[in-house]
Design a protein around this ligand. Structure first.
Ligand SMILES: Nc1ncnc2c1ncn2[C@@H]1O[C@H](COP(=O)(O)OP(=O)(O)O)[C@@H](O)[C@H]1O
Ligand SMILES: [Mg+2]
Length: 363
């Protein structure tokens, strides 16, 4: 057995996805643990996603709390599995993105990897995006290489779609290098709007969006954002798509009911994803969805309607639980980092070439 732990802490800021996997010829999910962020940490991380006062001190404190939470989650898994830290080869920790500005050559993930190594007694690998950025890439998305490795024997032309805070898609065509990009927002605007209007963290199953009517004027206005028109390599984040961006557009139109806005935001996610897939003009058979958005049945229905001829399913049907795909990817990235295997894909990120990703904090 070759045991690794993966930690994903995505842009939705819902919490930590932690998984334990065995990576030999393939990858096997052994255990997993989700830990929601305490409200105060979530609020602090959210504020740190945009310029704010005293941010260096605040992020340096917040990342220690983040690492303590991650260490607790790892402890729970080790106890359940009666494993000791020395049984684990390494942790792959994505960290929490607080800025992603590839146009300025940087992307910032916090998560105090040295503290995490100290608290867990396990080697930590992290900062996976930086080397790709240094080589002129977007530093994102990084999961397509994992999707390619995972489904190397899949003979169907398929796309893997992760709908987290943002959405990224990987195209897997037999015999061809993987391609992919961030298509744009996933849940980030849906979450922000329902939080503001109903004080709920997310729109369960997309029920609130389903109850509204899509407002075409708002949809067309939002779709004018130039990001949607550019081709890959491209990646995005909260800098571009956030509540303020939505509200700026709302002021340009007559008042729209809150549920109609939600329906329109779901449509923005579905249309931006489906258009970016259709533009590729690939004969895809399957679109397999992972990430929290895989639970949004309304979004999945809209995707299926917008992508006739393509079977829309969740990655569970391919043997990988939708909720754990990303955390598993970072466990695999830890393995690649230590093995010296390049894990970026220049076709995806635009980097000058293949690079070994990650920094190592030895135990
Ligand atoms: N039952 C559900 N119905 C609709 N949306 C859901 C459901 N469960 C999770 N989500 C969405 O998934 C998001 C979390 O997805 P996740 O893959 O963890 O994203 P990230 O990687 O950005 O953290 C939540 O914020 C929410 O929007
Ligand atoms: Mg998450």
């Amino acid at each position: 057995m070759a045991l690794y732990i993966g930690i994903m802490s995505g842009t939705s800021l819902d919490g930590l996805d932690i998984c334990l996997v065995d990576i030999t010829q393939d990858i096997r999910l052994i255990d997993s643990q989700f830990l929601g962020f305490p409200a105060s940490l979530r609020q602090e991380l959210l504020e740190l996603c945009q310029p704010c006062s005293n941010e260096l001190v605040r992020l340096s404190v917040a990342e220690q709390e983040w690492a303590r939470l991650a260490a607790c989650g790892i402890q729970l898994i080790l106890q359940r599995q009666t494993l000791s830290p020395s049984d684990i080869i390494a942790i792959g920790s994505h960290g929490q993105t607080i800025r992603h500005q590839p146009e300025l050559g940087f992307s910032v993930q916090i998560g105090a990897p040295a503290l995490l190594a100290e608290l867990t007694g396990i080697t930590v690998t992290s900062h996976f995006r930086q080397r790709d950025l240094a080589a002129g890439g977007q530093g994102a998305p990084l999961v397509p290489a994992f999707h390619q490795w995972l489904f190397a024997n899949n003979l169907q032309a398929s796309a893997i779609l992760n709908i987290g805070g943002f959405s990224n898609v990987s195209f897997l065509l037999p015999g061809q290098p993987v391609s992919g990009f961030d298509s744009g927002p996933g849940n980030v605007l849906l979450d922000a709007w329902i939080q503001k209007n109903k004080n709920l963290p997310y729109d369960k199953n997309g029920d609130w969006a389903r109850s509204g009517q899509i407002n075409q004027s708002l949809l067309q206005l939002l779709l004018q954002q130039p990001y949607f028109a550019i081709g890959g390599p491209k990646s995005t984040g909260r800098e571009l798509f956030n509540l303020g961006w939505l509200e700026q557009h709302l002021t340009q139109l007559d008042v729209i009911s809150a549920e109609d806005v939600q329906a329109t935001l779901a449509e923005l996610t579905a249309v931006s994803i489906s258009s970016s897939i259709l533009e590729q003009q690939l004969l895809l058979q399957t679109l397999a969805v992972c990430g929290g958005g895989a639970h949004n049945s309304y979004l999945l229905e809209r995707l299926a309607q917008l992508l006739p001829g393509i079977t829309v399913t969740i990655t569970d049907s391919l043997g990988v639980p939708a909720d754990w795909m990303e955390a598993m990817a970072f466990a695999w990235l830890a393995h690649c980092c230590l093995a010296g295997v390049p894990a970026n894909r220049p076709e995806v990120t635009g980097a000058r070439g293949l690079r070994v990703l990650g920094a190592v904090y030895p135990v």
